[in-house]
Design a protein around this ligand. Structure first.
Ligand SMILES: O=P(O)(O)O[C@H]1O[C@H](CO)[C@@H](O)[C@H]1O
Ligand SMILES: O=c1cc[nH]c(=O)[nH]1
Length: 235
């Protein structure tokens, strides 16, 4: 067991899909994996391992925000020998042409977090980026499917309920597609541990249009991004 994951060595696959919502993790395991077994219920942050088309895959909830996601990412990479993590999350659109239920694949993640400012002692504005092989595979797979997928920069924010939308407006002017809360930390830690990482999100909200999907749909209906992720990691 690591500090926050109740798995024995070997119970977690080298490839992990990581939603923020632990109940989305359960739904993904039950819906897409064969023979899925739960390896951790610590803090109800569920983790499962099963098979997808003959490949061993784990699904681990990360919780919301970079502090929580960093804990699970660190333990997966440092203590369980995980080599590949794909975040399968929800995100809020900040672009007119990025609509609710579209899929967004994050090339890189801008952030308002001070985590990397502290990590690099204020000397570097580090650019957290996805693994190129995973990114190109996911983009190609998505292009061959129905539904709209956008590939570009996302913003990992520490704040869900901010005082103003000014920063999001500015980020949108500079091409950022959508806002979520984990990718920058995931990409940074994957680089540190020489692992592969990618973030695929489904748009659950439009931040400027006041559109939002309810919790049950965020939990159980984002199958397109899950299939894109599973096909990309098993290529
Ligand atoms: O749906 P998940 O994967 O949790 O992702 C998004 O949803 C949460 C906020 O509601 C944050 O974790 C954000 O990144
Ligand atoms: O608006 C949103 C929607 C999902 N996730 C976020 O972080 N923000």
């Amino acid at each position: 067991m690591s500090h926050h994951i109740g798995a024995e060595p070997g119970q977690i696959a080298e490839t992990v899909l990581m939603p923020g919502d632990p109940l989305r993790a359960k739904w993904i395991a039950e819906t897409f994996l064969e023979g899925a077994e739960c390896y951790s219920t610590v803090r109800n942050m569920f983790g499962f391992t099963g098979q997808y088309k003959g490949h061993r895959i784990s699904i681990q909830g990360s919780g919301m925000g970079m502090p929580s996601a960093s804990i699970y990412t660190h333990e997966l990479l440092a203590e369980y020998g995980v080599k590949t993590i794909v975040r399968v999350g929800s995100a809020g659109s900040i672009q007119d042409d990025v609509n609710v239920r579209d899929v967004v694949i994050g090339i890189g993640a801008a952030t308002d977090s001070s985590m990397n400012t502290n990590r690099f002692a204020g000397q570097l504005s580090y650019a957290p980026v996805a693994d190129y092989g995973l990114l190109s595979a996911a983009a190609e797979i998505a292009a061959g499917r129905e539904g709209t997928t956008h590939v570009g920069q996302i913003l990992s924010s520490d704040v869900f309920y901010g005082d103003s939308l000014d920063t999001y407006k500015k980020a949108a002017e500079y091409g950022v597609l959508a806002v979520e809360m984990e990718a920058a930390a995931l990409y940074t830690l994957a680089a540190k541990f020489k692992a592969r990482a990618l973030t695929i999100c489904t748009i659950s909200d439009h931040i400027f249009k006041n559109e939002a999907l309810p919790a049950d749909q965020r939990e159980r209906t984002f199958g397109d991004m899950v299939e894109i992720a599973l096909e990309a990691v098993t290529r």
